[in-house]
Design a binder for this molecule. Sequence first.
Ligand code: UD1
Length: 416
Amino acid sequence: MSKITIEGGRRLSGELAIHGAKNAVLPILAGTLLTGRSVIHNCPALSDVTAACNILTYLGCAAHREGGSIVIESDALTCCDIPDGLMREMRSSVVFLGAVIARCGSARVSLPGGCELGPRPIDLHLSSLRKLGVEILEDHGYLNCSVPEQLRGASISLPFPSVGATENIILAACMAKGDTVISNAAREPEIEDLASFLKTAGADIHIKENGTIYISGVEKLHPVEYSVIPDRIEAATYLCCAAITGGEIRLRDVIPEHLTSVYPVLEEAGCTVQTDQSSIRLTSLERPRPIRMVRTMPYPGFPTDAQSPLMALSSIASGTSVYVENIFESRYKHAGELARMGARIKVEGRVAVVEGVDKLHGATVVCTDLRGGASLCTAALAAQGVSEITHIHHIERGYQDFEKNLSSLGAVVKRI
Ligand code: UD1
């Protein structure tokens, strides 16, 4: 099993280009089931993207990579079920449900279980699909979905702006009969990207400022060529990596406004952030300052995915920072591993109190989940001595060329 070693204490400095967004490309790949032929540019090379392509291939599509692009031919599907093994490869495979139902009028997929972040219910996905006319029966861990008549537009109000549920509704509704209105929909940039991919293919979707989404079903979508937005979480992670070493970094190929909620927090930690149209420049203090309170929220609030790398930064701050996690139940598993490096973090339910220490020290630590793994690497960059980070398959789900990028900024990092 591979692992990463990082010798801490090097000040990072330099420039990086950010890849396409994992969380945008996955629902878009599901959406290619509806368009015939798609060419998707700016696709990051990640294990989750490979898992999505494996699902497309299993369903009968031809999917192949050409550099940073993936070409998908989805004219001839051979089945509408996704077996348990493929569903488990990637938690977010549930986003294929809406697309398969829209394409085939039925679907059989295994129920996604819990994951590293705690239980991951899909009740909002299922109740919304039922409103669109889908009959869903649970059978020995599988969901059997069928559409007795035709998918029909509906008015759906989400009690929580779930990203995955919003994506499933959009995918199922864009070819339904009639109009769909989603109130309290998720407003993450990845939702807008899915909508603009589908609109390029001929869908009729309008997103209002207040988060309401209007969809008028169309009969057919057409082949499409589309480029995925940059990954705001990859960008936030590298900002934290540079900041924890007292370094400076310029990130290219980003949409700076997608990280608006992250800048004030980094500035409170003592960083200076400057943006222009497509880049972010960060310079940082030798030692970060504490952050009074970080509350994770649905977009445009502070992203839960950036909480873990930021916590590494707070672990060496000159005071105490408080975190409140409002999205996932178990999103502090990295805290125990950070403690092995000398961090002082007390977790009580949704709250974590991080008392900054003068120095972290290198240790052997285990990635607990994707962003937790990024947090450990961030901490290791500032720790005295060598850290060994294991279970890095989590990191490979979300960061392309992670070690290469860190090395190019001056980190001493090796994959073994
Ligand atoms: C997506 C992102 C993930 C990010 C999260 C929140 C992808 C592939 N993943 O995950 O990186 O951290 O948004 O920004 O895009 N919930 C329910 N019932 C449901 C659906 C969700 O209770 O039917 C709960 C979840 O358990 C969780 C919360 O709502 O506590 C947020 O989930 P959701 O917004 O759906 O996130 P994901 O789409 O799973």
